[in-house]
Design a protein around this ligand. Structure first.
Ligand code: FBP
Length: 265
């Protein structure tokens, strides 16, 4: 008898696709990311944005989850970003593990997020920390999302096609359900990164803010190349009207509409 086996990432996807809203920038970049739209410094503003239908998961660090998630648990799917480091850190790329899987599960998180800086001097330690988190997440039936960002002394261009394909493959090799990669600059390079990811889904990282059209076109290209969605922060919360862009992203990611169709709607 055929039986549907639930995937670990079911809770953070819809129709096998994901739109992860990321809001760990206060740690990773500092308040400078909130300067253009000061309301975005208030976590409640962005938790409200995360209640949009298009958002399949909201990625935050522990402090925001503890303080704000209890008021939103019926409307927001929590992705616990377990590690992260401030931009004040000037050493070799590394990421402190700020949050345990057990604590995240107690708070009601459906998935974990974990950064791996492949190629950094600390890659070995980070991979071992990822192992612990990945195995604990499996024990709690939580999805696993890897922020796979090769960087470090030896990696001058961390968005070349070969580096990004390697980043994508690391997610599959180490047991992520979803790997978040930077856009490697072309449809062909994105397709190769998706092709080498096997059953692990690939989502594109949003990056610094661009125009509506430019951003949607890149997302459309990534989706056509085989991506399963997007993990985006600044391109949403740095807009005066994040809802309008999420409406358009919903069409491009979940309804297979073109950028022109999404902008015309
Ligand atoms: P953006 O869409 O704003 O790029 O956010 C995605 C993200 O991965 C965040 O989770 C994280 O804070 C940030 O990018 C890290 O960016 P970087 O390390 O490249 O500066």
């Amino acid at each position: 008898l055929y039986q549907m086996i639930p995937l670990a990432d079911d809770a953070i996807t819809r129709d096998e696709k994901a739109l992860i809203l990321a809001y760990d920038h206060g740690l990773e970049h500092g308040p400078v990311d909130f300067a253009d739209v000061p309301a975005s410094a208030d976590p409640e503003t962005v938790f409200d944005v995360a209640t949009h239908d298009a958002v399949t998961a909201f990625a935050v660090q522990k402090g925001l989850a503890e303080a704000y998630y209890p008021s939103y648990e019926d409307d927001v799917t929590l992705l616990a970003k377990l590690n992260g480091t401030s931009n004040l850190w000037m050493g070799e790329p590394d990421s402190a593990v700020n949050w345990s899987v057990e604590n995240a599960a107690d708070l009601g998180a459906d998935a974990i997020g974990f950064t791996l800086y492949g190629g950094a001097n600390n890659e070995v330690e980070m991979a071992e920390e990822f192992r612990d988190a990945q195995e604990a997440a499996r024990d709690h039936d939580m999805g696993v999302v890897m922020w796979s960002y090769p960087r470090g002394q030896g990696l001058k261009n961390d968005t070349s096609g070969s580096t990004i394909a390697y980043a994508a493959r690391l997610g599959l090799e180490l047991g992520a359900d979803i790997t978040k990669i930077k856009y490697p600059g072309s449809a062909d390079a994105m397709k190769w990164a998706c092709d080498v990811s096997g059953k692990t889904k690939v989502v594109m990282s949003g990056g610094s803010k661009t125009s509506d059209r430019e951003f949607l076109e890149t997302v459309e290209t990534a989706m056509d190349a085989g991506a399963s969605g997007l993990a985006v922060g600044r391109n949403v919360f740095q807009r005066e009207d994040p809802t309008a862009l999420l409406d358009a992203l919903e069409q491009v990611i979940f309804q297979e509409k073109t950028t022109d169709e999404a902008l015309a709607a």
